[in-house]
Design a protein around this ligand. Structure first.
Ligand SMILES: [Fe+2]
Length: 379
């Protein structure tokens, strides 16, 4: 009889962990706490959560014996009647301390003033009918930071059901929704609507809402163009043009505020926000909600000019997209990345009504992963 034997790789037991060779031919070290805590039996197939509680171990976990059997590492633990069988292919994913692959961690694509015709557009009824289209919508929000939803129902409910396709409505201290409504009185021809400078919304919140929705219900006024710019495009160029200014704006948190009779919201944020890779992920900027800068006055000699250099750069035509919103459209954009504003106008006739709300970036990414990923437990 011909008996096939699998070569058994030696496992070396140490004080705090063990070492074994893996398929790359290298010997890799694994900590005993990590191995014991992540034993496949530690997780409930039903709840998909960790059901093992490492805090209840009386002593530090330590292997009495360990060997490779077939395609798994088998560990017999000291002081407990427990055996761990851990697939070698699974161990190989964790040899270098590299964060787990995240399908929602997509590279951002910067855009400039000429982007309007290329903004991804999705019809609201089509999104409701097709999960694959919702994936494309969320991808656009992650990669480019904005999208336009067309064919919106002319109702409050239409906005809510649009939000709920990618997350829950996220209230702010102003409530669940906000209305920008300008009824132009035909007898008042001198009515003037001032410009609104480029900003991100509610910077005074500890965690400003991640995704903003602006649903245009009526827009028959002359003028009042919407202004949008990509904070990632501007900040990436600022990093090259002005490295010291970039360092100040990405490292030093400054105060924002929003105060009236019954609220006093405050936060400290860096103007330029970096992600876990050190890449620009967005901005927090609002001239009308920037509190008095309470930094050291000598530091302000450096900070203020850098802040103004960046603020001027944000206004450059190269970055500024201008267009008129149409009734039935909803702008959906990353409130930490896309700065928005409105050109001033002298209104002579018509109505302008926008209804806005927010949802959360992390919840949108969760919905995206759930649609595109196999996840940890389905693999
Ligand atoms: Fe705003």
């Amino acid at each position: 009889m011909n008996v096939m034997t699998t070569p058994v790789a030696p496992v070396t037991l140490g004080e705090k962990g063990l070492s074994l060779p893996l398929s790359d031919g290298q010997v890799h070290y694994f900590n005993y706490y990590w191995l014991r805590d992540n034993c496949p039996t530690s997780f409930s197939a039903q709840t998909r959560e960790r059901s093992f509680d490492i805090f209840h171990l009386d002593a530090a976990p330590r292997a009495d014996a360990a060997e490779v059997e077939g395609d798994a590492l088998v560990i017999r633990w000291n002081g407990e009647n427990h055996v761990t069988r851990m697939p070698l292919a699974w161990l190989e994913k964790y040899t270098t301390g590299t964060p787990r692959h995240d399908p929602a961690d997509l590279p951002r694509k910067a855009w400039y003033s000429d982007h309007y015709p290329d903004i991804p557009r999705f019809s609201q009824p089509a999104l409701k009918a097709d999960p694959a289209l919702r994936v494309k919508w969320m991808e656009a929000l992650i990669v480019e930071g904005l999208a336009i939803i067309t064919d919106m129902p002319d109702s409050n409910e239409g906005l809510t059901e649009t939000v709920e396709m990618i997350g829950a409505v996220r209230p702010t201290f102003f409530g669940d929704y906000f209305d920008v409504y300008t009824h132009i009185n035909p007898t008042n021809t001198a009515y003037t609507a001032g410009p609104l400078e480029l900003h991100t919304d509610t910077p005074a919140e500890e965690h400003a809402p991640g995704i903003q929705f602006l649903h245009c219900r009526k827009n028959s006024v002359q003028g009042g163009e919407s202004l949008y710019a990509d904070g990632v495009a501007v900040a990436n160029d600022f990093r090259l043009r002005d490295p010291e200014g970039f360092r100040l704006l990405s490292e030093i948190a400054v105060p924002f505020f929003c105060e009236h009779d019954h609220y006093d919201m405050r936060s400290r944020q860096t103007v330029i926000e970096l992600d876990q890779h050190g890449e620009v992920s967005g901005l927090t900027i609002s001239q009308h909600m920037l509190d008095l800068l309470d930094l050291d006055q000598a530091l302000l000699d450096e900070y203020y000019p850098a802040f103004c250099r960046f603020g001027k750069m944000l206004q450059e035509e190269k970055y500024m997209m201008r267009f008129m919103m149409k009734a039935g459209e909803c702008m959906v954009f990353d409130n930490h990345r896309i700065v928005h504003g409105r050109a001033g106008y002298v209104a002579t006739s018509g109505e302008r009504f926008l209804r806005g709300t927010y949802s959360d970036r992390a919840e949108m990414r969760s919905n995206y992963r759930a649609l595109v990923s196999e996840g940890r437990f389905k693999a």
